[in-house]
Ligand binder design. Structure first.
Ligand code: ATP
Ligand code: MG
Length: 386
């Protein structure tokens, strides 16, 4: 039997493709079940969304009503409120009941509901969408928000079931409206004893500010910071998955992948996935570190143009800082020693280059350490630039 690639990246991974994180998973599930308001924070691509999916799936099996919305998917505050209201009302509601249920739940604001019978590309998949075309001013939006944010409590009461809600990419909320969103949401959620919330965000600094003193979500609930997966566990998990799919992994392969990927789960899975493909295509039965490096060279060749373009767009100061960051492993970049070694300008100039690189999403911060968002770009810089 031809087995399929056991490594998945770029999408939320289901339980089978999920490594470790048992402790975080149990804690999150328990907190949500207890109606806590959890903040889940980590740099990008560490596995927040996958962890949330696992927790919600398991709660759904216990008859908890679960709802998950990606805040960053909306382009405006009202757009977010519409998407959120729709997801809440649609949770475990048959299409035929949607309109009536929406009417029962929404007391002061009347949504407009349109039915899409499902085109020929999706036969038999009718869907509903809900909008509030009468909401124009920011005062209207404020009223709508109060109504929508109260829905989870009403749903829990009406259905006599606990509710768990995930608002992913939550940092986006800070960019909506004049900051009153946080206050309105905080006021609503703290009255909802039977509703667990997880607010997940990938820009640690923005998320950290949201839970700082004088902001509405200060001390609203437990804060979970997702760390990297234990590298030894991750390496072992990789080798076991290679073996299970019919490729004997030479010892050291797992550790080499984790190391090359800077132990960012997305990058780990991508390298493993691509290596698996190459080795399978060559019809081989074993895989080793040499294969990993051959695959890495192939990907770097293919992605070279993209990296080249990104590099060209940077200022000379930014290039210098980026190279130093790669060569120094992201530590102590502001120190006189590092600046001298890499012929960088003053500390404040280095700092502003770093800020620009973070804004461009090329660099991210994990504690005091800076790292490239994309470990392949890091390898490309190490090999191709001077
Ligand atoms: N526990 C895990 N075990 C194995 N791989 C994982 C795990 N968690 C995440 N991954 C890998 O990392 C990728 C990104 O995960 P996910 O989208 O959950 O991260 P995220 O923190 O939500 O990222 P973002 O900040 O970009 O939204 C997944 O597609 C998967 O390849
Ligand atoms: Mg995510």
């Amino acid at each position: 039997m031809a087995s399929s690639n056991p490594f998945i990246y770029g999408e939320i991974v289901a339980a089978g493709a999920f490594a470790d994180r048992d402790e975080e998973y149990h804690r999150l599930t328990e907190d949500l079940r207890a109606g806590q308001k959890v903040f889940l924070i980590s740099p990008r691509r560490y596995g927040k969304s996958s962890l949330i999916r696992r927790a919600l799936d398991s709660l759904a099996r216990e008859r908890v009503i679960t709802v998950s919305v990606t805040v960053a998917g909306s382009s405006s505050y009202v757009g977010f409120l519409e998407a959120y209201a729709q997801a809440l009302i649609a949770a475990e509601t048959p299409i035929a009941r949607f309109r009536q249920w929406a009417g029962e739940l929404m007391r002061s604001m009347r949504p407009e509901i349109t039915v899409d019978p499902g085109g020929s590309d999706r036969p038999g998949a009718p869907s509903l969408s809900l909008s509030f075309p009468t909401v124009r001013t920011s005062r209207d939006a404020g009223r709508l928000a109060a109504e929508v944010f109260a829905l989870p409590g009403r749903i829990a009461a009406a259905r006599k079931r606990p509710v768990a809600i995930a608002l992913d990419e939550f940092q986006t909320i800070a960019s909506f409206d004049e900051g009153s969103v946080e206050e309105a949401l905080r006021a609503a959620v703290q009255q909802q004893r039977d509703v667990g919330y997880v607010f997940a965000g990938s820009e640690p600094s923005l998320m950290d500010r949201m839970i700082s003193p004088r902001r509405p979500f200060y001390k609203a609930g437990p804060v979970m910071r997702l760390q990297k997966i234990d590298p030894a566990d991750f390496a072992e998990w990789l080798e076991a998955r290679f073996a299970k799919s019919g490729l004997r992994a030479e010892s050291g392969l797992g550790a080499a992948i984790v190391d090359l990927a800077d132990n960012v789960p997305y990058d780990v899975q991508r390298l493993a996935h691509e290596t698996w493909d190459d080795v399978k295509a060559a019809g081989r039965k074993a895989v080793g570190v040499d294969d990993l490096h051959a695959t890495l060279s192939r990907i770097l060749r293919q992605q070279g143009i993209v990296f080249e373009e990104s590099w060209q767009r940077l200022t000379l100061a930014q290039r210098g800082v980026l190279r130093a960051l790669v060569l120094e492993g992201g530590e102590e970049l502001l120190s006189a020693d590092v600046r001298q070694r890499h012929r960088l300008a003053g500390a404040s100039s280095v700092q502003s280059s770093l800020a620009a690189l973070i804004r461009e999403d090329i660099v991210m911060r994990d504690g005091s350490r800076y790292m490239l968002t994309d470990s392949l770009y890091r390898e490309w810089i190490a090999r191709k630039t001077f």
